[in-house]
Design a binder for this molecule. Structure first.
Ligand code: ARG
Length: 460
């Protein structure tokens, strides 16, 4: 049997089931590149500190390049004792470079190593994820610009509320996504903070220059300020999982809107074949599975957040093996989030709108507020106008006609401030365009929102 890296004080063998239970290579092997890059930076730091010679550092770095090549070409052969990516890489390095390989881990622990690798891996992933989020926001902007005029009914409590521009609805979601992007951007420096040089928990006894390592590895947040905290800290995992959970909630809400808009009685949108599926029994069916899955996937991301918070709750300070559970939760959330963002962009780009159905969903009672506002503009206090418009709604219901089919005289009989032009209120586009304040649903405002989002994307 292969000797374990930590095997000096052991005489008995590990139970085979324990071997399986303990291993994390199946999960953390995806961090092979970060583990190599982190080790190379550490080797150079050891040389700079005079712990090893420059030639030894070169040998270690070249050897690590060879190990990297094996991962890259899928020719890395995993051995029985390879517990995790750190032990696997070090074992292979020593096979390649000989005993000098044993110098690499001087002053280092897997505790500061794993935290470093995870952070490095995460920063790289989050940058790619951000690009996907930017793409989604841009798709929303492009549609909003192209379809800026289309009117649709908007709801509160899922009850008819007021007419808005479809583009305004699109941007309502893009605004939430923009906050997700800002949140992610805020988070990255806290992820990119260097634990390496913290040792097992007490710090590094060989004077490695942690600031230099941080710089070399692109840790823009600098170094973790306390070695005990550095090996305990998984805040960056929790924050990422919360970030992903909230994005999941936003994507889920957006999906639910579209599922409703595409449902039989609404039929305001039509899903592209590329993102829908059929029924094995009912030939007419076209189901919005992509959106339902987006709604469903958010649950698993929230589950991952719960996993991580629960792992941490009650752990004593510094490293405990419980922390090994962090990566499965994190990686699953990252993979899920990336898939969700790409699918969401695809759905958003390809869903067709049916403007006639949107118009059909608009009813004149959705302009009751506009009737009240008409009177406000003629000096009547809003609280009174609300009642007068309410009386108009009651009268229209009593007559069995729409608000716009009451006559000018009907309105005049309700209040003397109604003029001959009152029926001009019954124009859904005019209603939307009257809400022209910054952030409102007028076409002008919508196009302004697009401009601002695009300006944001340029600097983000
Ligand atoms: N595989 C471990 C993890 O993922 C690496 C750290 C192990 N450290 C230790 N002292 N056993 O957390």
């Amino acid at each position: 049997e292969k000797k374990k890296l930590w095997g000096g004080r052991f005489t008995g063998a590990t139970d085979p089931l324990m071997e399986q239970f303990n291993e994390s290579l199946s999960v953390d092997r995806r961090m092979w590149r970060e583990d190599i890059v982190g080790s190379q930076a550490y080797a150079r730091a050891l040389a700079k500190a005079g712990v090893i010679t420059n030639e030894e550092a070169d040998t270690l770095c070249t050897g690590l390049d060879e190990v990297a090549k094996e991962w890259e070409t899928d020719s890395f052969v995993v051995c029985d004792g390879d517990e995790d990516i750190h032990t696997a890489n070090e074992r292979r390095l020593s096979e390649i470079v000989g005993p000098v390989g044993g110098k690499l881990h001087t002053g280092r622990s897997r505790n500061d190593q794993v935290a470093t690798d995870t952070r490095l891996y995460l920063v790289n992933r989050l940058k790619a994820t951000r690009a996907m989020l930017h793409e989604l926001i841009e798709v929303a902007c492009a549609r909003a610009e192209k379809e800026s005029d289309v009117l649709m009914p908007a709801f509160t409590h899922l009850q008819n509320a007021q007419p808005v521009r479809w583009s305004h609805w699109l941007l309502s979601h893009a605004s939430a996504w923009q906050r997700d992007d800002q949140r992610l951007n805020d988070l990255i420096p806290r992820v990119a903070t260097l634990p390496l040089g913290s040792g097992a928990l007490a710090g590094n006894a060989f004077g490695v220059d942690r600031q230099a390592i941080a710089k070399e590895l692109g840790f823009v947040g600098g170094v973790c300020p306390n070695s005990m905290d550095a090996v305990s800290d998984r805040d960056f995992v929790c924050e990422t999982l919360f970030w992903a959970s909230l994005l999941g909630v936003h994507l889920s809400r957006w999906s639910e809107d579209l599922i409703i808009y595409g449902s039989g009685p609404f039929a305001m949108v039509k899903f592209a074949d590329a993102y829908a599926t059929g029924s094995s029994l009912m030939p007419q069916k076209k189901n919005p599975d992509a959106l339902e899955l987006l709604r469903g996937k958010s649950a698993r991301v929230m589950g991952n957040l719960t996993t991580m918070l629960t792992v941490l709750k009650g752990l004593p300070t510094t490293y405990n093996k419980d922390l090994q559970e962090d990566k499965e939760a994190l990686f699953d959330a990252l993979d899920t989030t990336d898939a969700c963002l790409q699918i969401a962009s695809g759905v958003l780009a390809t869903t067709e709108i049916v403007p006639e159905r949107m118009m059909a969903g608009l009813s004149e009672d959705m302009l009751a507020t506009d009737i009240a506002e008409y009177l406000v503009r003629r000096g009547v206090p809003f609280r009174e106008t609300h009642h007068i418009a309410g009386a108009a709604v009651a009268l229209s219901e009593e007559r069995g006609v729409s608000l716009g089919n009451l006559t000018v005289d009907d309105y005049k009989s309700l209040n003397e401030n109604f003029g001959d032009d009152v029926l001009e209120v019954f124009d859904f586009g005019r209603s939307a365009d009257s809400r022209d304040t910054e952030g409102g649903s007028s076409t002008r405002s919508v196009l302004e929102q697009v401009d601002k989002l695009r300006a944001y994307l340029k600097t983000a």
